[in-house]
Ligand binder design. Structure first.
Ligand code: EPZ
Length: 415
């Protein structure tokens, strides 16, 4: 599929932010730990969610999903190997490793890891599962992990990995005894997950800090939970507002979750009006100052907003520098942005952006989710028409993308 965008149209009106993809992708597998019925509200309708629904149903769960509400009843759950054609579709499938290990003492699945932005190893997850009593056999990306029964342990992560933090919490909630997790990721999604598990009866303390303590419990009951707003979707549309907004209102956001982006926009000199759950922003008619950005784990500047913010850096007068410290290959958008008229040099894990430059419509290609988002933002501000190929990548992370942008005046068509 491809998107056709006629750029340089000012966007005005309101965009409502959906539930966080990266929360929902963990909450849904975690729901299988419950011995009751679980309701998850504000689930975004992006493709990966439907893949997860397929995996849950394959495992025997009864799942309904209407109006962004997913109800999961896993009374008839059975332990089966998750087929490769499903597990390799998305990285989030590895959350099933600790879920099935905790539930059934054994899990077998194929897990490829890796994608366009980097190798994305899962060594920290495997280290954590071993520390809690898992025995891991891996051959050609096929994993068989077993345990006599998970026991609490001490896990120190080499880096604050989001996935390894989630997987350790999952493995620990019904393990015997206390688990102490250090150097944990502090992303808001971790808090969303811990709140959900505690609502089921888990005993998790410290989520959102770098030390998390989990006291194992016997049972986890059914409950209701809600996915937090998607801070990366929010940041992406805030950047759209700074590029082509005319009093564009982005609502249903949690401002502190995009604070690093807002602070960098303040440094550029961009003005906007903020209240407790929305922001109104317009394209500046004044010069923007160049800035330096370094991606870090939360609350640092989010790596997922690195590619989306790059088109904004091209509007700044002078040289901006951006260093990507999380992934080894997350500049696939740059050649296409330069094809559209920007002046960006790649130097290892840093890019140098010389501005201001003006984007012109071109035929380009999305190589990964956030690279695609970056090209979409450039296209919205470009003179002329842009075609973005392989747009499936973008649709994975942005709920109702075409509807939301069309509703505020974008000339955008999905073909
Ligand atoms: C989550 O991925 C997100 N995905 C990513 O969002 C996000 O970029 C990332 O967190 C960082 O914020 C989901 O939540 C589904 P990590 P995850 O474990 O859990 C190293 C998007 O665009 N590492 O923090 O895979 C490795 O270099 C996606 O929505 C190890 O070396 O992130 C990895 O690249 C992209 N060993 C880096 O840390 C490990 O065992 C970040 O990994 C784990 C990680």
């Amino acid at each position: 599929m491809e998107l056709k965008i006629k750029g340089n149209k000012l966007l005005t009106g309101e965009i409502k932010i959906s539930g966080a993809k990266n929360s929902a992708l963990a909450l849904i597998p975690i729901a299988l730990l419950s011995d009751g019925v679980v309701t998850i509200d504000n689930v975004p309708e992006v493709n990966d969610i439907f893949v997860l629904k397929e995996i849950l149903e394959y495992l025997g769960a009864k799942v309904s999903f209407d109006n962004n509400v997913m109800v999961i009843d896993n009374k008839k759950l059975v332990n089966k190997e998750i087929p490769e054609n499903l597990s390799k579709k998305m990285r989030a499938s590895y959350y099933f490793m600790p879920v099935l290990l905790s539930k059934f003492k054994k899990v077998e699945m194929f897990f490829p890891g890796g994608c366009a932005i980097g190798a994305r190893p899962i060594d920290q997850t495997l280290k954590a599962l071993r520390a809690l009593g898992g025995v891991v056999d891996e051959k050609d990306n096929h994993y068989c992990i077993q345990t006599e029964g998970l026991v609490g342990g001490h896990v120190y992560l080499d880096m604050p990995s989001v996935g390894a933090t989630v997987n350790t919490i999952i493995a620990a909630v019904k393990a015997k005894g206390l688990t102490i997790l250090e150097n944990a990721a502090k992303e808001p999604e971790i808090v969303n997950i811990a709140t959900f598990l505690n609502a089921m009866g888990a005993k998790i303390k410290g989520a959102g800090t770098s030390e998390i303590r989990i006291q194992g419990v016997e049972k986890l009951k059914g409950c209701y939970t809600e996915v937090i707003p998607d801070r990366i979707e929010a940041g992406t549309y805030v950047i759209a507002g700074a590029l082509v907004g005319e009093n564009l209102k982005i609502s249903n956001i949690i401002p502190e979750h995009i604070e690093a982006l807002l602070l960098k926009m303040n440094e550029m000199g961009i003005k906007y009006n903020m209240d407790d759950d929305s922001i109104v922003i317009s394209k500046p008619d004044y010069k923007l100052k160049p800035v330096n950005i370094k991606t870090l784990g939360y609350p640092g500047f989010a790596t997922d907003l690195q590619q989306p913010v790059t088109p904004l850096l091209t509007m700044c007068t002078g040289i901006s520098k951006l260093e990507e410290t999380i992934y080894e290959n997350r500049f696939n958008n740059v050649p296409f942005l330069n094809q559209m008229g920007s002046n960006i040099e790649i130097d290892g894990r840093t890019i140098k952006v010389k501005g201001p430059t003006k984007f012109k419509g071109q035929v380009v290609e999305a190589t990964d989710l956030r690279a695609g988002a970056s090209l979409l933002l450039a296209a919205l501000s470009a003179d002329g028409e842009t075609t973005i190929k392989n747009v499936e990548h973008i649709l994975r992370g942005y709920d109702k993308l075409v509807e939301k942008l069309s509703a505020v005046g974008a000339d955008i068509e999905l073909k």
